[in-house]
Design a protein around this ligand. Structure first.
Ligand code: 2M8
Length: 408
């Protein structure tokens, strides 16, 4: 049974391979997405180390001159997804989107190199690119000590409650007519709403109208919300980049120092009610909802006793860990995308942090639950954490990847 699933997972990765890059899933997401691609590399590394490094190289090949590695690379056009390259209009030689996504690549690269040291030269060549990207985050996104995202898509947790306050200040009423594609692939009740999409689009139009000036987007754009998730990921990525550079025998280009500086800024996202929380950087207001970004605190060595209590409550509140919102809150919505469901790849990331914080039992609970979900429902995008119903896209790349690299 497990051997069958191993073979199936490998078949999903190779089936979603479009030649040097991997799409998250056929149909719904037909391009190269940044953090999906980094997880794909981790999955490939379990059976084809060369292909793993190629995935990271293809992603970083489309870095912008300012250091940003974009959230989508549109290698070839595809009508199946909206908004496509024309809407973004970034003017890049190979079209890309105009925002980034959580920088997990260095963390994946470190694990991939540790499994096969013979690839050190390929790792060494990536270090300066990843360092330039991390510096870009600090220059173009870190405000008040933490990462502020300029678009919900930049967090990777599109419709999380974290963004509702900031989104309320975005005017989505003048975006014009458009045709969504996502809801023709998957159930609309599990996707973001039309009101959210109007605002997503207004933010894209703002970036385009301002020439995709990344600093201006952060400082003057319609939306800037401090994201605990991306902040913890960036801190971990800087730690891992320093380790990757050491293992590859090259300079770390200030990565360790960046991690320390970022750790010093974390106080601004500690909600006095006792948890890591997102905060609207335009108004200073905390979201006030314990959401999945907080579950990554251990990844950055930022656990606190209060978080241990929240972790225990969340684990006790669902059949399948880890829910993306505290399941005891009325806001918890078991099937709506990033408003409650459990995500296999995200569980892998949380578990890495738990393991490093010495929480082996909790990390194992996540691994066992995620394995049960996949055995019961297949390699889906995400799942209902109360009853295990599979949701979203099927044959998903990062779900297959973490099966190979983390679960089995
Ligand atoms: C989802 O985001 C895209 C936009 O980037 C979408 O819904 O259209 C998110 O789950 C994101 O984290 C993920 O990278 C992407 C592709 O799997 O899908």
């Amino acid at each position: 049974m497990s051997a069958d699933l191993d073979a199936r997972a490998r078949a999903i990765l190779t089936g979603n391979d479009r030649g040097g890059y991997t799409v998250p899933t056929a149909g719904l997401y037909p391009f190269q997405w940044n953090w999906d691609s980094a997880f794909a590399a981790w999955g490939f590394s379990t059976f084809d180390a060369d292909r793993a490094w190629t995935e990271l190289e293809t992603l970083t090949a489309h870095q912008w001159p300012d250091g940003m590695i974009p959230h989508i690379v549109f290698h070839r056009d595809d009508e199946g997804y909206f908004p496509g390259p024309g809407v973004w209009g970034t003017g890049r030689p190979t079209p890309t989107s105009g925002i980034s996504q959580p920088p997990v690549a260095a963390t994946m690269a470190r694990m991939i190199l540790e499994a096969d040291r013979s690839k050190a030269p390929r790792a060494a060549a990536l270090v300066p690119k990843l360092a330039a990207w991390h510096r870009w985050w600090i220059r173009a996104r870190v405000r008040e000590g933490v990462v502020g995202i300029v678009h919900p898509w930049e967090s990777g947790r599109d419709n999380a409650f974290d963004w509702d306050g900031g989104m309320a200040n975005v005017d989505g009423s003048n975006v014009g007519a458009y045709q969504r594609r996502d809801t023709s692939h998957v159930d609309a009740s599990m996707r973001p709403t039309k009101a959210e999409y109007d605002r997503y689009l207004a933010q894209v139009q703002w970036g385009k109208a301002h020439g995709w000036d990344q600093v201006k987007m952060a400082d003057e754009g319609p939306f800037l919300v401090a994201d605990p998730g991306t902040t913890f990921i960036l801190i971990r990525a800087c730690d891992d980049l320093a380790a990757l550079a050491a293992a590859a025998g090259v300079a770390d280009e200030g990565a360790a120092e960046m991690a320390e500086t970022l750790r010093g800024g974390l106080g601004t996202i500690w909600n006095p009610d006792g948890y890591w929380d997102s905060r609207d950087l335009r108004t200073g207001v905390f979201t006030g909802i314990l959401s999945a970004g907080a579950w990554l605190c251990w990844l950055a060595g930022a656990g606190r006793p209060e978080m241990d209590a929240h972790l225990a409550r969340a684990l006790g509140g669902v059949r399948y860990a880890m829910p993306t919102v505290d399941p005891t809150l009325p806001a918890f919505d078991a099937r709506r995308y990033w408003r409650g469901p459990t995500w296999p790849f995200y569980n892998a990331l949380i578990a890495l942090g738990l393991r490093d914080a010495g929480k082996a039992a909790e990390a194992e609970r996540l691994r066992v639950d995620t394995a049960d979900l996949i055995r019961g429902g297949g390699f889906y995008e995400y799942f209902d954490p109360t009853d295990g119903t599979p949701c979203g896209g099927k044959d998903f790349t990062w779900t297959a990847a973490i099966w190979l690299a983390w679960i089995r």
